[in-house]
Design a protein around this ligand. Structure first.
Ligand code: 5GP
Ligand code: ZN
Length: 115
């Protein structure tokens, strides 16, 4: 997708601080962190949101979940303190980048309900 910032990052046309990478997934630091640690789990395939995930994406979804576990393994404080994962969808969901991604937020207590 030409105008998708995450596709540009995935194509190395835009910079990002990479945390880890697998065949189907890239994890980067969020440019505008909302917590002391804020990572984005981004599938390499452009999928606009959760509603667009298909049967053929089963392995990809597993790799997104596995990437979270890998990040926790790498950043020990996440496992010790806990963390929050978020997938925003659509306008009311607060999605601003139309390329499916999972947030990992940590380093401070999270409140509920979310804003
Ligand atoms: P959304 O609002 O769609 O759930 O999440 C998009 C996330 O992407 C936001 O947390 C925002 O800070 C982050 N973001 C937007 N542009 C960039 C960028 O160019 N680089 C990085 N690393 N993160 C970005
Ligand atoms: Zn994209």
């Amino acid at each position: 997708m030409d105008d998708c910032i995450f596709c540009k990052i995935l194509s190395n046309l835009s910079p990002a601080d990479k945390i880890l990478e697998s065949d189907r997934v890239l994890v980067i630091e969020d440019k505008y962190p909302q917590a002391p640690k804020h990572y984005l789990v981004i599938p390499k395939k452009h999928i606009s949101d959760m509603l667009s995930v298909g049967e053929e994406d089963r392995q990809l979804v597993w790799e997104m979940f596995n990437a979270v576990r890998e990040v926790v393994r790498k950043k020990k404080s996440l496992g010790e303190q806990g963390f929050r994962t978020v997938i925003n969808n659509g306008v009311y969901g607060g999605q601003t980048v139309d390329h499916l991604h999972m947030h990992i937020l940590c380093g401070r207590p999270m409140s509920w309900p979310p804003g």
